[in-house]
Design a protein around this ligand. Structure first.
Ligand code: HEC
Length: 127
C-alpha cells in the first residue's frame, strides 16, 4: 500500500513541476527566447556564480563605465561566437587596455552548457 502512496505523490509533484514551468519561467533549451534572456540576466547579476566572482563584480552594462573589466554595453554587436568564447576562454581575445588572466578562467567548467547559453543570449541583447 505504501508504494502506491509514493507513486501518487511523485505523480502529483511531477504534475506540479510541469505546470510551474509551463508558464515561461522554465528552462527550454532552444528557442526559449525571453525566458533564457531573463535567466541570463539573473546569472549575470549574481555576485557569486558557482564559486567564482559573478560577472557584475567586474562588468557594468552602462556605456563607458569600467569596473574591473570593460563595460559590456554594446557587446551584443560582437556576435554570439565572440561572447561565448570570451566566457569560456577569456584569454583567447584579450580586450585592448585590459590585462589577461583577470577574468576567471574556469567558467567553462563551472557553468552548465545551459547557463552559458543563457548568459550569451542575455549579452546578445546589449546592443
Ligand atoms: C574578476 C573580474 C571579472 C569577472 C568576474 C568577469 N570578467 Fe569578463 N572580463 C574581465 C576583464 C579584465 C576583461 C578584459 C580582458 C579580457 O578580454 O580577458 C573581460 C572581458 C570580457 C568580455 C569581452 C569584452 C570585450 O569588450 O571584448 C566579455 C564578453 C566578458 N568579459 C563577459 C563576462 C561574463 C559573462 C562574466 C560572468 C560569467 C564575466 N565576464 C566575469 C574581468 C572579469
Amino acid at each position: 500500500m505504501k508504494k502506491v502512496l509514493v507513486i501518487v505523490l511523485v505523480l502529483a509533484l511531477a504534475a506540479f513541476l510541469v505546470s510551474a514551468c509551463g508558464g515561461g519561467g522554465g528552462k527550454s533549451a532552444s528557442g526559449g527566447g525571453d525566458a533564457d534572456v531573463a535567466a541570463g540576466k539573473a546569472l549575470f547579476e549574481k555576485t557569486v556564480l558557482e564559486g567564482n566572482p559573478g560577472c557584475v563584480t567586474c562588468h557594468s552594462t552602462e556605456p563607458g563605465k569600467t569596473v574591473v573589466g570593460p563595460s559590456l554595453a554594446g557587446i551584443g554587436n560582437k556576435g554570439e561566437d565572440f561572447i561565448r568564447e570570451s566566457i569560456i576562454n577569456p584569454d583567447a581575445d584579450v580586450t585592448e587596455g585590459f590585462p589577461a588572466g583577470t577574468m576567471p578562467q574556469d567558467y567553462g567548467q563551472k557553468l552548465s552548457e545551459e547557463q552559458i547559453n543563457q548568459l550569451v543570449k542575455y549579452l546578445l541583447t546589449l546592443k
